[in-house]
Design a binder for this molecule. Sequence first.
Ligand code: MN
Length: 257
Amino acid sequence: MNILITNDDGVHAQGLLVLKAALDRVGRVFVVAPDRPRSACGHSITLHKPLRAEKVRLRDDSIAYASNGTPSDCVSLALLGMISEPIDLVVSGINHGPNLGWDLTYSGTVSAAMEGAIMGKQSFSISVATFSPDVDYGITARFAAEIARVLEKHPLPESTLFNVNVPGLPASDIMGVKVTKQGKRRYSGALEKRTDPMGRDYYWLGGDMPVDTLDEGTDVKAIADGWVSVTPVHLDLTEYGSIETARSWGVEDIGII
Ligand code: MN
């Protein structure tokens, strides 16, 4: 099995290196990743400047490609011919920090796996759900290898990927694995207004920690309770229940002028 690894924390991130060590035992691994941290870049792609990919040496002495593009660009570069071998599986991670609930819409990590799914490949994103600087990626990496083996045996349906989050806990404190649905995680949306030395206003987006709605069966609930969360994610964002509703509002009867 040929495996492509990318991430959004940058090619030299520790999470990528530990993931690679685990996946080296499952198949032949190729690495194409951003040359710098690109967290929260979402699914952005580079259309208006050249994309570059420099060969770099990782700390395990292997060769990787470091690109000035986004995580999604890295997947495109690899699958559209920069890697000459056919790729069977795209793995994005290990992200340093959770990707839960509505994080998925901001996440470069998850978007890279989405790009893999769009291009018809088996794909999953994987994150360790802690921001602790002395995080141990080993448990998450070993779990990634097991998920890779599952997907080798049981291909996901079209336009579907797995989004995996592992608690940042010792193995003995992790409750087990739950297959979940995407939950709700909202950032407080605080806007901090400041003034620069020239007297102009500027802003910081941010605020406090996200607020999770801990509904049963969701990714946010699983992680809050110490479980590994595996969410099958579909690329179809349609809200089917609202198709008829929107018609009933006369949306299709609006005249085009
Ligand atoms: Mn990240």
